[in-house]
Design a protein around this ligand. Structure first.
Ligand code: 5AD
Ligand code: SF4
Length: 348
C-alpha cells in the first residue's frame, strides 16, 4: 500500500492527478454524500504555554495576547446558530490551568443553553488531562476533539518541538487514546511540507490515520513564519505550490483509503491559492470552517504568515465560503452537525 501511496504523491502527470481527484470525489459522493458541513471557527485565545518551533503563537513570541470574553464567544456561537451552521469549533493555544479549563466548562454550558442544545461543538484546545476532557465531554455537545499529531514520525516531531515534557510525542498519542476512550469523535492531522519530511513520511502519516481509526482529518501545508526557529530551514523547503499540491493529493488519497471519514479543507490552503479551499473540497474534503472570530482579534491569531480573511467580518467570511462551495456544485449541510460517519459506523 505504501508504494502505491508514494506513487500518487510523486505523480506529476496532470491526467493521472485529475483522475485521482475524480475518483476521490466519486468515493466521497458514494460514501458521505454531496454535502459540505460548516463549522464556525472561534479562535478563543492565542495564549499558549508551548513553544512549537513552527508556530507564530509560541510562548516566546512577543505578540499581543488575547482571550475572548464569555459574551464574545456566546455571540459568535449565536451567529453560527442563527446562520444555520450545524456546529462550531472552539480553538486556542494550549493552557491547562484549572482557571482556564473551568472557563471552558462554563462556556460550553452557556452555549448549549443559548442554542437549544442543537449546535455541535468541536474542541481544539491542545493536550488536556483525562479529567478535564471527561468533564467537557459530559456536558453533552462537545462531541468532537481535534488534536493534530503534526507528523507521525517521532524523529521529525522532536526536531520541530523543544525536547521537554511539555512537547512529548508520546503524550500526544496518549491524549488521542484518551479522547477515543471518552467517546469523542477524534480528529487529527499533520502539516505537509515540513523541513526534514520526505514523501515517505507523508505516506506514513496517511497510513497512521488509517491504522489509528481516526474519525476526522484536518491537515494543511506547512507555511513558514519568519518569527519562529524553523524559519532557518526555509531554503530547504518544497515550493509553496508543491506543498499545496501534495496536500490536495493527500486529501484525495485519504478519501479513497478511509471513504467515510470527515476531512476538513484547511485555511492554510487559501494562503497559497485563492481557490485553495474549494480545490480541497473537489479533492474529497467535506468540512469547511468559516472563521467567525470577532475581526479585531484575528490579526493576533497568526499561526503562520499571510493568513487569509484576517480583515473579514464573520459575515464576510461566511459569504465568501458559501459562494466558494456553491461554485463547486456541492451542497451546504445547513443545520446539520455533519458527524463523522466513520465514527457512527464504528459505534452502531
Ligand atoms: N504552518 C501551517 N500550520 C501551522 N500550524 C501551526 N503553525 C503552522 C504553520 N507555520 C498548525 C498546527 C497546529 C494548528 C493549530 O495549526 O498543525 O496543530
Ligand atoms: Fe501553541 Fe498550538 Fe502554536 Fe504549538 S501549534 S505553539 S501548541 S498554538
Amino acid at each position: 500500500m505504501k508504494k502505491e501511496i508514494i506513487n500518487y504523491l510523486i505523480c506529476n502527470d496532470e491526467n493521472k492527478v485529475n483522475d485521482l481527484f475524480n475518483k476521490a470525489l466519486k468515493t466521497r459522493e458514494d460514501n458521505v454524500g454531496n454535502k459540505v458541513y460548516l463549522r464556525g471557527l472561534i479562535e478563543y485565545s492565542n495564549i499558549c504555554h508551548k513553544n512549537c518551533y513552527y508556530c507564530g503563537l509560541r510562548k516566546d513570541n512577543n505578540i499581543r495576547r488575547y482571550k475572548l470574553s464569555e459574551e464574545e464567544v456566546i455571540d459568535a456561537a449565536i451567529f453560527a446558530y442563527n446562520n444555520n451552521f450545524g456546529s462550531i469549533v472552539i480553538q486556542s493555544g494550549e493552557v491547562t490551568s484549572k482557571k482556564n479549563t473551568n472557563q471552558i466548562t462554563t462556556l460550553l454550558r452557556k452555549i448549549n443553553e443559548k442554542t437549544n442544545n442543537e449546535l455541535g461543538i468541536t474542541l481544539s484546545l491542545g493536550e488536556q488531562d483525562k479529567d478535564t476532557l471527561k468533564e467537557w465531554k459530559e456536558i453533552g455537545n462537545a462531541i468532537r476533539y481535534l488534536l493534530r499529531i503534526e507528523t507521525s514520525n517521532p524523529l521529525i516531531y522532536n526536531k520541530i518541538h523543544p525536547n521537554d515534557n511539555l512537547h512529548s510525542f508520546t503524550n500526544r498519542l496518549k491524549t488521542l487514546d484518551i479522547l477515543k476512550e471518552l467517546n469523542y469523535q477524534v480528529g487529527t492531522g499533520t502539516m505537509i511540507g515540513l523541513p526534514f519530511q520526505s514523501v515517505e513520511d507523508i505516506a506514513n502519516d496517511i497510513i497512521f490515520f488509517k491504522e489509528n481509526d481516526i474519525d476526522m482529518i484536518g491537515l494543511g501545508p506547512y507555511i513558514e513564519h519568519s518569527d519562529t526557529p524553523l524559519y532557518s530551514y526555509r531554503d530547504e523547503l518544497l515550493s509553496l505550490r508543491n506543498r499545496f499540491e501534495l496536500t490536495l493529493k493527500t486529501i484525495a488519497i485519504l478519501r479513497l483509503l478511509i471513504p467515510d471519514v470527515n476531512i476538513a479543507s484547511a485555511t492554510a490552503l487559501q494562503t497559497i491559492d485563492t481557490q485553495g479551499r474549494e480545490k480541497a473540497i473537489l479533492a474529497g474534503a467535506n468540512v469547511i470552517m468559516p472563521n467567525i472570530t470577532p475581526t479585531k482579534y484575528r490579526s493576533n491569531y497568526l499561526l503562520y504568515e499571510n493568513k487569509s480573511f484576517i480583515k473579514y467580518t464573520a459575515e464576510e467570511s461566511m459569504n465568501s465560503i458559501f459562494s466558494r462551495i456553491r461554485s463547486t456544485n456541492l451542497e451546504i449541510g445547513f443545520n446539520e452537525q455533519g458527524n463523522s460517519l466513520h465514527f457512527i459506523k464504528k459505534k452502531y
